[in-house]
Design a protein around this ligand. Structure first.
Ligand SMILES: Nc1ncnc2c1ncn2[C@@H]1O[C@H](COP(=O)(O)OP(=O)(O)OP(=O)(O)O)[C@@H](O)[C@H]1O
Ligand SMILES: [Mg+2]
Length: 485
């Protein structure tokens, strides 16, 4: 199956990046503006309160300065009308100067309405100030207020009655200016932050997102793997990790594709092979009737081997249909399986490769005999192939012992030991083959079968030359201590 066929078979929805207003940039832009405005609102109250105080103090000092001068002049020097006009210019309705306990009215216009509020500028608490300022801004206007405070550092106190309108107008102008300024500042800040963040983060995040979307759309295309960044920050690390993940995923997909193709091919070959083997099986059955002692000795082995081959082919077909190996476990002696392995590998001592089946004839194992044979056969065949390739002869040994409910089986040889590639990819299908002609399935199959029996398999590291695999087959324990068949 080609890649394009694979794509056509599994169409995927095209996913795209976030829209303009759903993106991170738009969110950050809006949030920055909001936060700056919020900060401005928080500082607005104290600053308008300070502005109000300043405004009143300015008025009081202006009135005090004029008042002190007028006070020093003789009444004749300045007509009363001019004096009042001078002092009242700022919207004041009455001005008095107090010193040494004496109060002197400097100027006044007729006051008909009652005074609404009195403020002592020297002794006002900041919180009260803010409350008053806010109140004035929101609801003030046509009131008459009285404010007094000291004149500079002197003991004199200037006291003034004035209309609030001018103060409120000034406060409104100040508030408007501040609002405009706030909007301007928030716009400038948000834009600057936006560009900075876009450059430092969002642009790069966008690249990562685009790469993920692109890769998801066609994971088989090597051009879609992200070119990783080299920096040391979090996004660079993320980009390197993503790139590595995509590379791994692509390799895995490629492997799976190969496996699927291989599986299909094997199933086809296997299907016909089963038929051929079945014919051979039929023919070999007839050998049992031949009286020749030579034929009598090998015919049962031949028939058993053919039976096994037919069995395997059936299993491969079943595996192709994704059904797991069904174990037919029983308590069986291990020794006959070991002898079968020896015979199957043709290990009769010729060629310098010796076989030692060090298994107690009474040792029983709770296993599927055919599958356990496959485990032993694969391990012993590897050992045989390793020794054979060296050409110097050697020893293959299968030993076993029972420890309570677990049978521990060892398959060892004194050959060259595992190559690095085989060691690094131990038990992984297709990866571990380190000899020419090897498919790298033997150890993977052995491991799967051992695990299916509930056991474990491992490579035992040791000083001696050669290789030692050890695996366990635990008994199936059933309630009442018996065995299930
Ligand atoms: N006893 C051993 N001594 C030396 N090398 C071994 C031994 N057993 C396994 N190996 C190495 O491990 C590799 C993987 O073994 P495995 O049985 O999984 O695959 P294979 O023998 O290459 O192919 P297959 O068994 O599928 O025909 C072998 O190629 C071989 O290099
Ligand atoms: Mg093998």
């Amino acid at each position: 199956m080609s890649r394009s066929e694979g794509k056509a078979a599994r169409p995927r929805a095209i996913r795209s990046g976030p829209g303009l207003f759903a993106g991170l940039s738009a969110k950050i832009l809006t949030l920055t503006m909001l936060f700056v405005l919020l900060a401005e609102v928080v500082i607005f109250v104290p600053s308008i309160s300070a502005m109000r105080l300043r405004w009143l103090e300015d008025r009081l000092s202006a009135a005090a300065a004029a008042g002190i001068v007028i006070d020093a002049l003789q009444p004749a020097d300045l007509p009363e009308k001019a004096r009042d006009e001078t002092l009242m210019a700022a919207g004041a309705r009455a001005i008095a100067l107090r010193k040494e306990g004496m109060s002197q009215l400097l100027a006044s216009t007729p006051i008909t309405q009652p005074i609404d509020a009195v403020y002592n500028l020297a002794e006002s608490a900041p919180l009260d100030e803010m409350r008053t300022a806010l109140w004035t801004l929101l609801f003030g206007g046509n009131r008459l207020i009285r404010a007094y405070g000291p004149v500079g550092d002197s003991a004199m106190v200037i006291d003034m009655v004035l209309e609030e309108t001018a103060l409120r107008d000034a406060m409104l102008v100040y508030a408007r200016d501040m609002a405009l300024l706030s909007i301007l500042i928030s716009l400038i800040t948000a834009t600057l932050i936006f560009f900075a963040i876009d450059r430092i983060m969002i642009g790069r995040i966008r690249k990562l997102t685009q790469s993920m979307l692109g890769f998801a759309a066609d994971p088989g295309d090597p051009a879609r793997i992200l070119a990783p960044e080299t920096g040391a920050d979090e996004l660079s690390i993320a980009s390197r990790e993503l790139s590595a993940m995509q590379t791994n995923l692509q390799q895995t997909l490629e492997q799976q594709r190969t496996l699927a193709e291989l599986g299909l091919a094997v199933s086809k070959i296997n299907h016909d092979m089963r038929n051929i083997l079945a014919t051979a099986q039929l023919l070999s059955d007839r050998l049992s009737d031949v009286e020749d002692p030579m034929v009598k000795s090998f015919a049962p082995k031949l028939i058993r081997t053919l039976d096994r081959a037919v069995g395997y082919t059936g299993e491969v077909l079943a595996y192709g249909q994704m059904s797991a190996t069904v174990l037919r476990r029983a308590l069986i002696p291990l020794l006959p399986l070991v002898i079968d392995v020896r015979d199957n590998l043709g290990l009769d001592g010729t060629g310098g490769i010796h076989f030692d089946g060090d298994v107690d004839p009474g040792l029983m194992v709770d296993a599927d005999g055919e599958q356990l044979f496959r485990v032993l056969h694969n391990l012993a065949r590897n050992a045989h192939q390793a020794l054979f390739s060296e050409g110097a002869g050697g020893l293959i040994r299968i030993s076993a012992s029972r420890q309570d409910g677990v049978v521990v089986i060892r398959v060892e040889d004194n050959g060259p030991g595992l190559a690095l590639k085989a060691r690094e990819n131990l038990f992984s299908a297709f990866r571990g083959a380190a000899r020419s002609g090897g498919t790298g399935l033997g150890l993977a199959i052995a491991r799967d079968l051992v695990i299916a029996h509930g056991g474990t398999i491992r490579l035992v590291e040791r000083e001696a030359r050669g290789t030692l695999f050890e695996f366990t087959i635990p008994d199936r324990e059933v309630k009442g201590g018996g065995f299930e068949n």
